[in-house]
Design a binder for this molecule. Structure first.
Ligand SMILES: Cc1ncc(COP(=O)(O)O)c(C=O)c1O
Length: 380
């Protein structure tokens, strides 16, 4: 049932249960058919209030910090696959407590920590992140293989130093909102550069960036290449997408509070902020879709959307609407659940959007509201 945006609080992030379940069913289907384990990368989506639904379909998560691995342990109910560019000694004990797999970013990190991992009473599988120095990502911000990248060990370094004793898996992450054909090319590169180490390993983690739930994703092809790779290498395959889980599952609902006009430019000032609530829009930069609006059309009412922080650049533009906007109108930003929610801040003390779910029976169920203490407690 379609979300009624006037029946949800403003501002709020609203996930649609029906669309969420549809994504989860696709992911489970790929996992069942290919034999690959697919886990959720918390960095992209960690709205644990809906994990009771998630757990009907998947039962693992990829963590990139001790907090994420603990969240996995507590809210998914299983230990995490943890990778971080660096593990600090004072938190490594907790990483071990909450993880089943720990992947190191460098050989230094491996040798620094692997002793405590191998001596730990419960079995934890050690892995190493590799850098295949090949990526199809066009955005430098999201390209782990850009020249001089700090992420992962190159084939040259691994061949020179050898695979550390005890390593059970390799991990690579090079894709960004990619299709299965990009993965196929990456697999060829990884096999050519690192295939000599495969006989010593148990698993390979293909990172994230697999946009399995996008309408045009070729799922049949993905299943085929995963099965082939598994058959050829004998390795257990792990995929850890983040975006794919929450892709197009929900919106950020905002309200027009005021309209300003300067030198012919009209700005609708909202009860949300781009810098605090949708930072990707300014970082990428990325112009989100607004329901009922289009790119500027001459002659139609056209507005910038202005955030409610004092940052001069806290606006994105422009969109055209069928009618003039007025205070009280709802503005609905499409596809604002993955990455957007996990990156919010309380910059300027602006109100954090509430969080809720639009259930399958057409009701809004609030999950979390924020107030003064959420702002205050972060600062002293
Ligand atoms: C190591 C690693 N795994 C998984 C992911 C999830 O990627 P995505 O959300 O694009 O699927 C990322 C994203 O940055 C990542 O760095």
């Amino acid at each position: 049932m379609q979300v009624d945006y006037y029946k949800v609080p403003s501002p709020s992030f609203v996930i649609d249960e029906e669309r969420f379940r549809k994504n989860l069913a696709i992911i489970k289907h790929v996992s069942d058919e290919s034999g690959a384990e697919i886990i959720l990368a918390f960095k992209g989506f960690a709205m644990w209030g809906v994990f009771s639904i998630l757990k009907e379909y998947v039962n693992g998560a990829a963590a990139s910090s001790v907090h994420e691995s603990r969240l996995c342990f507590e809210e998914i109910g299983s230990p995490a696959h943890t990778y971080s560019p660096v593990f600090r000694t004072n938190e490594f004990e907790s990483i071990l407590k909450y993880s089943s797999h720990v992947t190191f970013n460098s050989l230094n990190q491996y040798f620094k920590h692997s002793g405590s991992l191998l001596n730990y009473p419960q079995k934890i599988s050690p892995g190493l992140r590799i850098n295949p120095e090949y990526s199809e990502t066009g955005y430098d911000l999201y390209n782990p293989c850009s020249p001089g990248s700090r992420l992962g060990v190159t084939a040259t370094d691994l061949k020179k130093n050898g695979l550390p004793e005890g390593t059970e898996g390799l991990h690579f992450h090079v894709l960004f909102e990619s299709d299965s054909y990009a993965l196929e090319k990456v697999l060829q590169v990884v096999e050519a550069k690192f295939g000599m180490f495969f006989p010593k390993l148990k698993w390979i983690n293909m990172g994230g960036g697999h946009l399995i739930t996008r309408n045009d994703y070729d799922i049949v092809h993905l299943i085929k290449i995963l099965k082939q790779f598994k058959h050829k290498t004998g390795l257990h395959l792990i995929l850890e997408p983040g975006s794919a889980f929450a892709w197009e599952t929900g919106e950020l609902v905002a309200t027009v509070e005021d309209i300003t006009e300067n030198q012919g430019i009209k700005t609708a000032i909202l009860d949300v902020s781009f810098t605090a609530h949708m930072p990707d829009c300014l970082e990428m930069p990325y112009k989100p879709r607004i329901l009922g609006a289009t790119d500027p059309v001459p002659g139609k009412p056209t507005y910038r959307m202005g955030g409610n922080s004092c940052l001069s650049g806290d606006f994105v533009g422009d969109w055209s609407f069928d009618n003039e906007l007025k205070p009280g109108d709802r503005i609905v930003f499409w596809d604002m659940i993955h990455y957007t929610m996990v990156k919010t801040t309380t910059f300027n003390g602006v109100q954090l959007p509430a969080i809720g779910i639009w259930t399958i029976d057409g009701k809004f169920r609030p999950i979390r509201e924020f107030g003064y203490n959420d702002y205050k407690n972060r600062l002293s």
